[in-house]
Design a protein around this ligand. Sequence first.
Ligand SMILES: C[S@@+](CC[C@H](N)C(=O)[O-])C[C@H]1O[C@@H](n2cnc3c(N)ncnc32)[C@H](O)[C@@H]1O
Length: 659
Amino acid sequence: MNAHDRKEEQAVRPFIRDLRRPVLDLIGPTYLLDESYCLLDWNPAFEELFAKEFGLFIGTHITALMNHMDNGAEVIDRSLNIFRTADVPLTHCEVFTLRHPRFGAVTTQKIAGQIMDERGRTKAWVVSLNVLNADRMQELWLELMAAIEREVAWSQYAVAYDRVFEASPGHETVLEKALTGLAGGAECLHVGIGTGTPLLRQLKEGGGRIWALEPNETLLEFFRKKLGAQQRLLRADYGPRLKASKGRPRNISLFSPGHFDSIVMFDGHYRADDILRVLEESHRVLKKDGLLSWTTFSKETDFEKFFGSFGAQGGADLKELRPWLAAYQEALKRLDPRIRSLSPGQIEGLLADAGFEVASMENIDFQGGCLSIKAARAEKETSRHSSRAARGGVRITTLEGGVLDLEKADSRRIYDELLRIQARVTFADDLKYLVDEPAWNSSTEILELGCGPGYFLANLARYFPQKRFLGVDVDKGFVDAACRRHGAELSNAAFDTQNIYEWRPERKFDYILLRFVAQHLPDHPALLARLKELLRPDGRVLVIESADKYAYKFVPRVPALEDVFTQMASKEKNDREAASHLMALKFMKTIGYQKMLISSMGEERAHLFANWFLLIAALVRREHGAQVDLGRLALEFHKWKEDKHSYGHWSLEYLLLGK
Ligand SMILES: C[S@@+](CC[C@H](N)C(=O)[O-])C[C@H]1O[C@@H](n2cnc3c(N)ncnc32)[C@H](O)[C@@H]1O
């Protein structure tokens, strides 16, 4: 081919078309709207930044996003004038500002362009939100990068897995197990198409209508090709039976209660950020006695054994397969923490938690051990909560992906998880305060008094690697746990068992933190005297406490929680207004005072909020012998989370003191 031919060849290079398809998924926050301005699709960056946080769904009108903008009302007003006229512009630009729960004030420049149909009429809009500024700009871009990286990793994984799957001994068995008992039902849902093999098999076997959700564009493309090939080969038309769409596991929420006879999750749940929520939603959309078929790797899956078993074989087939095995192994390395995150026991717990009765759970000798689970939707909608109580437990999924039985677990375990969630939920706001605090920025030697198991301190030490942290707590168990958990990871953090009132170190500190500790301490004047001794002359003490006795708010109300707090007020000895009392003593100068609302906005945070308060209630029940119906509280929180208009917040005080 000469240079001229090559140029011509390049000019019509067909694969550029193929390359354009995944482009949307690998760029900054972008979404598609239909001609009526309803969301058709969006990319992972938009999912991470907006859709997840504001609970958006495909099909929702775009005003649902605008409502979260600071200038939302203004933007909606303007849009009505521009987009409800006969003369709709072909492109449009405007600035959106919003307060993001994780990244603070975010300013974006919207640029939108129309996509035309064959007759030159509006078919859709493509809209990019280019981030111009954010309070936490660096964090924001790191998260966007991570979201895109995850997307690519799943594409890489899926392509290799597809080849490896069909070459793996036992794959026929695993398919058969996944699909037995499902064929009879009229409506089936596949959550995550995965390699598409189980779905294609089910289509081939006949039966009712199948709905399928898959978020990854590469996988969908892969699936479309395989689907076309199978239809041609079998001279079949699955059109009337198959409804496959791009959608995330949480899109199950869009289906009506009791819609499906069966649900298939074949590896699909790894994409879900909150598996319990997906299971709860699956439970909701299944008919009574409907069946969930869940096939999954677990913590016990031994991939090394699996790859080893291929080495023992040989021959031409293996030669061809080798590059795919290597690619699969490579992709697994990236995604392993998600793929092998749950133990069989945790899986069972999650299912029970979501209201399922496990009918069978079999460990199949496939790819180093794979679980094939069949679970039925329990008899009555409300029975799940009473059956939980009957089994002796209201369970929550822990931040590590385990399961914690709130009625059985001991106080220490509950307290530990409570502090872990609390540190997670408040950290963005703690940072918001600290990064603008001059004394914090210039300090290097930080002391946290009453550090507990060290979750808050570890967050800070990770975020501010140039500072040195010491955490002390009177509770040796907590300090040992802190050393075990964070000691090896963090070279700038140390922990020590000490009582604030008795500890007399030689050194002094630039900055002292007391977070939810002052309320536990009996003698505030003595505390302030100790703080003065521990502080360098121009150092600062930051006290973080609840703003007042009833500093939380849930809308709609969660009456069972109000009950818990009323009982707590009469039983506990904590000083819930400790910050104000310290300020009133005037033993140290008040340098600053700020109130901060910790919000529950966003699906994941709402879930964390609910678990956080369930843990508080469980602790109050254990420690103060309060009468707490945890089952009822769990049910009320479940309803609160399901309510589209729900929100919640906890209000905190940040009190800054100096000598
Ligand atoms: C609610 S926890 C706060 C943990 C941590 N500051 C956080 O925000 O995650 C309160 C901690 O104060 C500790 N504490 C109570 N009295 C203390 C004292 N006299 N000396 C040191 N620590 C104390 C408790 O052991 C407990 O770990």
